[in-house]
Design a protein. Structure first.
Length: 171
């Protein structure tokens, strides 16, 4: 009889333990994201890289523009006081043309960036942050056409700020 009671007590304790035992195997691997999530992450990473490239291009250009703009202002001031040589005038006009063309190229790159973000489904949610950067570059282009190079540089700084904000949002 003691054996029967001991068997019943043992079964009483073992039955609930097996009922609560783990029925699912644990996996040491983390769940893998699906292909769509991987593609979205990759496209967003590439978009962030493109924004960062534009920031680098613009900051380098603005740095160089600052020095050239000061030189052009000095030449223009000297021209007002006296008659500059034809060679100096030609060089100044060539420098101005190079700046204008460079700003036009920057604007074209920003136009492409906006189009890419507007038309790529994985990047569309960030388009709001970028919308208008090409317009800012167009305004700088107009300012440079009016020989307002310092003002054009300041406008491009605003464009860099917007690009940086968009990049931070993409993190």
């Amino acid at each position: 009889m003691h054996r029967m009671i001991a068997l019943l007590i043992t079964m009483l304790f073992l039955v609930p333990v097996t009922g609560f035992s783990q029925t699912r195997r644990r996996s040491s691997r983390a769940p893998r994201p699906n292909i769509t999530q991987q593609r979205t992450a990759q496209v967003q990473r590439q978009g962030a890289i493109r924004v960062a490239e534009q920031i680098k291009i613009l900051t380098r250009f603005i740095y160089l523009l600052g020095g050239v703009a000061k030189t052009l202002e000095g030449v223009n001031e000297a021209a007002r006081r006296s008659q500059p040589s034809a060679a100096a005038t030609q060089q100044t006009e060539r420098s101005k043309a190079v700046i204008r063309n460079s700003i036009r190229d920057v604007r074209a790159g920003l136009d492409q960036l906006e189009v890419e973000f507007r038309t790529t489904p994985e990047l569309q949610r960030y388009y709001i942050s970028l919308a208008g950067v090409a317009a800012g570059a167009a305004a700088a282009e107009e300012q440079a056409a009016a020989n307002q190079f310092d003002k054009a540089g300041r406008t491009l700084l605003d464009v860099v700020n917007r690009l940086t904000d968009a990049l931070l949002e993409m993190r």
